[in-house]
Design a protein around this ligand. Structure first.
Ligand SMILES: NC(=O)c1ccc[n+]([C@@H]2O[C@H](COP(=O)([O-])OP(=O)(O)OC[C@H]3O[C@@H](n4cnc5c(N)ncnc54)[C@H](OP(=O)(O)O)[C@@H]3O)[C@@H](O)[C@H]2O)c1
Length: 248
């Protein structure tokens, strides 16, 4: 009983800490000019679930796409408007080389090193931002997760009291740090916080805003829909310099 009480206190304290560390800013910014609709886009995490969707959908929209990958053979896509660049997010030089000459960056960075402290998301994102500021690239659309900042607790009981405190505390802490680094940048940024990700087909209909998510059950959304929404943020300023939650 005492152990359970201690565990619940820990889970709640972690949720509160994630709420305090995450982002809640909201201001207005500038629209991309309409004549720049066909953009040069850098996609980070291009071999991942959301990343692949970003690459494919961006190409279908007619954009010039640079896919940032660790392993070229992991992305077997061919398109005259697709350039594949090899690098590691922790290696600033490779990030800077990929960022130069882009109009915007979309990040779907993630990893599976859950069980010990890492700074891949936060320090990797710091590298992206430093490179963007150096090369004058304005807009960053960054995928994090529901359950951070003003969305803390909205991943539902299963995440709030089991997955985040037991399996993902280091991961979520790094995500919260990642959000802070994005929010402190001088970029035009949007943080996109999806619910649990699925590989379902794109529906093109989803809920977005600050109140998305549920304190009791876990809300979901397909990676395809997340990618669609992220691409829309390149031209829509509704959520500029703020975080937006996303679910089915
Ligand atoms: N799973 C969920 O239910 C859920 C819910 C909400 C939010 N999210 C978050 O959404 C994001 C996308 O998730 P996902 O499942 O679609 O993606 P994912 O399959 O986890 O892909 C992550 C991508 O990041 C890349 N990456 C990892 N370390 C890297 C490094 N050092 N340098 C360069 N690239 C690196 C991976 O490359 P490799 O292919 O080389 O590994 C991969 O392309 C993640 O941040 C995830 O935590 C997930």
């Amino acid at each position: 009983m005492t152990l359970l009480a201690l565990y619940l206190i820990y889970a709640l304290a972690l949720s509160i800490a994630l709420a305090r560390k995450g982002v809640r800013a909201s201001t207005e910014g500038n629209f991309l000019s309409p004549e720049k609709r066909k953009l040069r886009l850098l996609i980070i995490g291009a071999t991942g679930g959301t990343g692949r969707q970003l690459v494919e959908q961006a190409l279908n929209l007619g954009h010039e796409v640079t896919a940032f990958v660790r392993n070229r053979s992991a992305l077997n896509l061919a398109n005259p408007r697709l350039r594949i660049v090899q690098g590691d997010i922790m290696d600033y030089a490779s990030v800077a080389a990929a960022v130069a000459d882009q109009d915007a960056v979309l990040s779907a960075l993630g990893h599976k090193r859950y069980f010990y402290p890492t700074r891949i998301l936060s320090e990797g994102t710091r590298n992206i931002i430093k490179a963007m500021e150096t090369h004058g690239v304005g807009r960053l659309i960054c995928e994090t997760s529901l359950g951070i900042g003003s969305s803390a607790g909205r991943m539902g009981i299963y995440y709030t009291f089991f997955l985040i405190p037991l399996i993902l505390p280091f991961y979520f802490w790094d995500k919260a740090r990642q959000e802070q680094i994005v929010a402190k940048s001088k970029l035009d940024w949007v943080i996109v916080r999806p619910g649990a990700l699925t590989n379902s087909k794109r529906k093109g209909r989803y809920r977005h805003g600050q109140r998305v998510g549920n304190y009791l059950w876990t809300v979901k959304i397909s990676r395809a829909d997340v990618a669609e929404f992220m691409l829309k943020q390149l031209e829509d300023n509704s959520y500029l310099e703020t975080s937006v939650s996303l679910s089915d």
